[in-house]
Ligand binder design. Structure first.
Ligand code: FAD
Ligand code: NAI
Length: 492
């Protein structure tokens, strides 16, 4: 009996503690502390971008040691892994963004956040030019910001390989507005297909959704579109839903080349079951406003009419990155990004660091790599600050023994600045019908799994990886809402 009482009391205390802690976390989130102002004695780090790499750095950086300035054309972080779910309304875009100021306002020192594009880096005078691209124009739209250290986390832009018509007619899937545009276009195609007296050929064209690129972005988008079709469109557009076709075009012999063979086969079989037609060994050669020209496996050319065209053929470097490369012709010789050393320092520079998709490194352009690099760089900056402090002290000391002792410590700190090490946690992708695939590292090998259980795992991983409690609550609510009420089919 007394044991039962003890157990009950422990549970009660545990619950109370949990509620108290959650209340404190929520209160703390809404009530940021007083922040110290910029310190002219400290070095200034300018961080470009508010994506995976920059936000991870921002979360971990010690602002007692540096002044920090963030420059990004969007004033929020976007959780890209759930972006395909926003194209059909499974998740609301607001649920997967986190305002950058929610992070910076909790730092011990004030962090300046400028919503602007960095248009040019001047590595010789150590300044960046920033430009306000918002629709509201102030009196000043361009400015120069000086830095001691510059961190380039501007990500990458969409690769089109210069194929004619892609920029004009295709939609991409990288940013919040891309997902919104896709959703609007999709609903437009369906509503227009239902317009009176539309010819059968035109209905078929409007309801043909083509995805180019069989990497994870293309596959996940096709999967979300399929779910929307079977779970919602069949109910609300019974006369049209049966005519909607999804086609995935991939230049290589199979989709998802980075996944293991059995998961590729599993995905392709699952897509077949879902009536998503996959055209492998097929290259898009030209894009027109209503059709694309493709080169098929046998080399012949064919026309493929479409209503919606989503282009997901990977990354290429942004103009600001290419401009910086051109200033280092001897060391920056690779077009796909800025070359860095093992400490993520840009080749040819002593004070510029490059993270995530903006870098040309041995790692894949993924959120996992970018966020680990951001965390690593925050630790590296702390060590650099300690190194600077010791160097100043050594310089000022006249006592030989004391100087030698400090020099030994300085040497130890320098030795302790280890190169970046990436720890791969595995790859996941959603493939439709409540199924996901996972390639997970296991010992020296790999474990591959696919199916509904993997989908539950996929959901729990993404839910726990979201940046804040707020995001987790919103995404969980969206998932429940979708299951109970279905997706919203109104046009954005
Ligand atoms: P980004 O996150 O793209 O951030 C770049 C930042 O720079 C943005 O804030 C942007 O506004 C800003 N910026 C752009 N131009 C400028 C400029 N001129 N000046 C200043 N700032 C600028 N990876 C995974 O590991 N797992 C996944 O499940 C996964 N899913 C994905 C799903 C989709 C739909 C997409 C598109 C990508 C996905 N990725 C995933 C890849 C992952 O999102 C990227 O590798 C990651 O975003 C790279 O981080 P980053 O910080 O380098 O760039
Ligand atoms: P990707 O580079 O992984 O895939 C692009 C695909 O498009 C390639 O398979 C390529 O062969 C194909 N392609 C190129 N040109 C073509 C053409 N003209 N016609 C037909 N096919 C063509 O690009 P993606 O999917 O955008 O991914 C970018 C990065 O983001 C990758 O590193 C990826 O791993 C990561 N990512 C990860 C996700 C996950 O882990 N779930 C989800 C989305 C992206």
């Amino acid at each position: 009996r007394s044991k039962w009482k003890m157990f009950k009391r422990t549970v009660q205390f545990g619950l109370l503690g949990g509620i108290g802690y959650s209340a404190y976390v929520l209160w703390d989130a809404r009530n940021p502390p007083f922040q110290a102002p910029f310190d002219p004695e400290k070095k200034t780090i300018v961080i470009l971008g508010s994506g995976w790499a920059s936000t991870s750095l921002l979360k971990s950086i010690d602002t007692d040691l540096y002044n920090v300035v963030v420059v990004s054309p969007r004033n929020y972080f976007l959780f890209t892994p759930l972006l395909p779910s926003c194209t059909v309304g499974t998740i609301d875009v607001r649920s997967i963004v986190e305002p950058t100021r929610f992070i910076t306002r909790h730092k011990s020192r004030e962090v300046k956040v400028y919503e602007a594009d960095c248009t040019e880096v001047d590595p010789f005078n150590k300044t960046v030019t920033i430009s306000d691209n918002s629709e509201i124009k102030g009196q000043v739209n361009s400015s120069k910001v000086p830095y001691d250290y510059l961190v380039i986390g501007v990500g990458a832009t969409n690769q089109t390989f210069g194929i004619k018509g892609v920029q004009e007619h295709a939609l991409f899937l990288k940013e919040v507005w891309d997902a919104q545009k896709i959703r609007t276009r999709l609903m437009d195609c369906i509503e227009t297909a239902g317009f009176p007296n539309q010819s059968p050929e035109e209905i078929d064209r409007l309801l043909h959704m083509v995805v180019v690129g069989g990497g994870p972005t293309g596959v996940e988008y096709a999967a979300e579109l399929h779910d929307f079709l079977v779970e919602d469109l069949t109910t609300w557009y019974p006369e049209l839903a049966g005519k909607l076709k999804i086609t995935l075009i991939e230049a290589l012999p199979n989709v998802l080349p980075a996944f293991s063979k059995q998961l590729i086969d599993y995905t392709e079989a699952n897509f077949k079951e879902q009536n998503i037609s996959i055209h492998t060994k097929t290259m898009v050669k030209e894009v027109h406003d209503r059709e694309i020209t493709v080169q098929q496996a046998d080399g012949s050319l064919a026309q493929m009419p479409y209503g919606l065209l989503v282009w997901a053929t990977g990354n290429t470097s942004r103009p600001v990155v290419r401009n910086l490369m051109s200033k280092f012709p001897q060391t920056q010789t690779v077009g796909r990004g800025l070359l860095v050393d093992d400490w993520l320092k840009m080749q040819g520079s002593n004070d510029i660091y490059v993270l995530g998709d903006a870098a040309a490194s041995k790692y894949a352009p993924t959120a996992q790599v970018a966020s680990q690099q951001g965390k690593y760089l925050a630790r590296l900056f702390s060590k650099l600050a300690l190194q600077d402090e010791l160097e100043t002290e050594v310089y000022a000391l006249s006592d030989i023994d004391e100087k030698a002792r400090k020099l030994r410590r300085l040497e130890k700190v320098r030795r302790n600045i280890k190169p970046f090490h990436y720890s791969h946690q595995g790859s996941l992708a959603y493939i439709g019908s409540d199924k996901a695939i996972a390639d997970l590292p296991w010992g020296s090998g790999n474990v591959a799994s696919g199916g509904v259980a993997t989908y539950v795992f996929w959901r729990s991983v993404y839910l726990s990886n979201l940046f804040s409690i707020r995001n987790r609550a919103l995404v969980a609510t969206d998932w429940i809402k979708k299951n109970v009420l279905g997706r919203d089919i109104s046009r954005e």
